[in-house]
Design a protein around this ligand. Structure first.
Ligand SMILES: Nc1ncnc2c1ncn2[C@@H]1O[C@H](COP(=O)(O)OP(=O)(O)O)[C@@H](O)[C@H]1O
Ligand SMILES: [Mg+2]
Length: 310
């Protein structure tokens, strides 16, 4: 039985964190909480302060102000050694094989070496286990980086831009690996400046810009926060570029027409009303598609709204 209340303690809590490099304020009064068991996407454009924050979490950079709690406590070196950390730029010795590389890291982390074969199998590098790392593709290198994190079966992973430089197929593969690690019970925080690629695996996202947290919550909450609306595209026989009169007066709806396609931007609750109006009018619907607002759109809007306020 888990101890009562233990799940309320965040896996990571960042409190009023500030980091200045001379005149540059890399992190500016940042607060965030990563809940136990979740996948947390730490998102923001280049230079936003993601790497600095993650390095402070890992104890690699000293904050100017504020602090970090891991599992509710100020972490010591031993607690941090048990975190699976993937730095922004991970480098390996070209002449070593993945097996030798993981043996090297196992020594550093005091982790069991007998896990190595299984970990290489888990990340899909078993075929390449005895090849030299020097010949690896970027994707294979990232998988070896994740394998290195998995040594010692950590309950917490901190990954800095783990998907950067990977093509779509590799990203999919990589995300599947992260999902499996999470389903096996680990908490994951990872950073990314490319938002569209992460929304399907994050339980929650934190958005950072110029060292400040602009938003923290689920992707759906972000859409609601920005009042983003889904778009309906409906192909109607004989529409001829005209918006049906009945839709024109409806509140909270933007409708436009082009050829046989009617485009309606409305909130989620009004979608059914729009469809029944069209049906009652006896229009023949030939095709239909909806598109949800993407995280990319949300992100651009969020940044624009912040820039606008300056
Ligand atoms: N060691 C450093 N010395 C001086 N400035 C730094 C250093 N590290 C980061 N910065 C600056 O801090 C800001 C945040 O950088 P970083 O945390 O790397 O952002 P991100 O990872 O989101 O791209 C940037 O303006 C960057 O140039
Ligand atoms: Mg970075």
């Amino acid at each position: 039985m888990p101890a009562t209340g233990s799940t309320d303690v965040p896996a990571i809590e960042v409190r009023n964190l500030t980091k200045k490099y001379g005149e540059v304020v890399a992190v500016n009064g940042l607060n965030l909480k990563v809940k136990k068991g979740e996948v947390y996407g730490f998102l923001g454009p280049n230079g936003a302060g993601k790497t600095t924050t993650l390095k402070i979490i890992m104890g690699l950079v000293h904050p100017t102000a504020g602090d970090v709690l891991i599992g509710g406590k100020k972490p010591d070196a031993e607690v941090r050694r048990d975190i699976g950390f993937l730095p922004e730029k991970m480098s390996f010795y070209d002449n070593l094989t993945p097996t030798q590389t993981l043996e090297f890291f196992a020594d550093l982390k005091n982790a069991e070496k007998k896990e190595i074969r299984q970990i290489l199998r888990d990340v899909g590098l078993q075929e390449a286990a005895e090849r030299r790392v020097g010949g690896f593709s970027k994707g294979m290198g990232q998988l070896l980086g994740i394998a290195q994190c998995m040594l010692g079966s950590p309950s917490l992973y901190v990954l800095d831009e783990p998907m950067s430089g990977l093509d779509a197929r590799w990203r999919k593969y990589f995300k599947d690996k992260l999902k499996t690690i999470n389903q096996n019970g680990a908490t994951i925080i990872f950073s990314s400046h490319i938002l569209a690629e992460v929304e399907d695996i994050c339980d929650r996202v934190g958005i950072i810009h110029r060292g400040r947290l602009l938003f923290e919550g689920t992707v759906q909450e972000l859409h609601r926060h920005l009042k983003l609306k889904p778009k309906l595209e409906i192909m109607i026989e004989g529409l001829a570029g005209k918006v049906p009169e009945e839709l024109k007066g409806m509140e909270g709806i933007e409708a436009s027409a082009s050829g046989d396609w009617l485009t309606v931007v409305c909130d989620y609750g009004s979608r059914a009303a729009v469809m029944s109006i069209l049906e009652r009018k006896g229009l023949k619907i030939l095709d239909f598609r909806t598109s949800e607002p993407s995280l990319e759109e949300s992100f651009d809007l969020l940044l624009a709204s912040v820039e606008g306020r300056r």
